[in-house]
Design a protein around this ligand. Structure first.
Ligand SMILES: [Zn+2]
Ligand SMILES: [Zn+2]
Length: 168
């Protein structure tokens, strides 16, 4: 029996949370953790009361090179907003997300006092990386191990290669 590390445990939890997403373009999950305890969870989905992407279709807006769905509240922001709803502090927490946060979420993450971000996918956003660097947030990529579980590599995804092997 292989007992998962705390990081592996919460990374797998973020992946499970992502499965609740209602946007077919991209399913993202985030968990907020402090002292190895779950503080909040979030996935990308519609604003309360509004139709979901999987019912009404995505609301696509071209932003520079990319076309994005703007119907949803992002997973990372939803996790932080869950703290606002339940009255739990996000100060000093770690945010674990299946995707590298966008610049809007990055700003909210810094402002909410989150100290550490762990992400899985290599979706580069140099603006987010700058926000985290300036805000003093530690950024780590979770890289799957062949034998199962993840190892954490410091750094944001890089624009050129799509990888983030930037050493600490
Ligand atoms: Zn959508
Ligand atoms: Zn976002």
């Amino acid at each position: 029996m292989r007992r998962p590390s705390w990081d592996d445990y919460f990374i797998e939890m973020a992946r499970l949370v992502a499965a609740r997403s209602t946007c077919p373009r991209r399913q993202v999950g985030a968990v907020l953790v402090r002292d190895n305890r779950l503080v909040a969870t979030g996935y990308n989905g519609s604003v309360r009361g509004a139709p979901h992407c999987d019912e009404a279709g995505c609301l696509l807006v071209r932003q520079g090179e990319r076309e994005s769905c703007v119907r949803t509240v992002h997973a990372e922001l939803n996790a932080l907003l869950q703290c606002a709803v339940t009255g739990v502090s996000s100060q000093g927490a770690t945010l674990i997300s299946t995707d590298f946060p966008c610049v809007h979420c990055a700003k909210a993450i810094v402002q909410a006092g989150v100290r550490r971000v762990v992400y899985l996918s290599e979706y580069p956003d140099p603006n987010s990386a700058a926000v985290f660097a300036e805000g003093g947030v530690e950024v780590l990529r979770a890289v799957p191990r062949a034998e199962g579980g993840y190892r954490l590599v410091r750094g944001a995804p890089s624009e050129e290669s799509g990888t983030s092997e930037t050493p600490g």
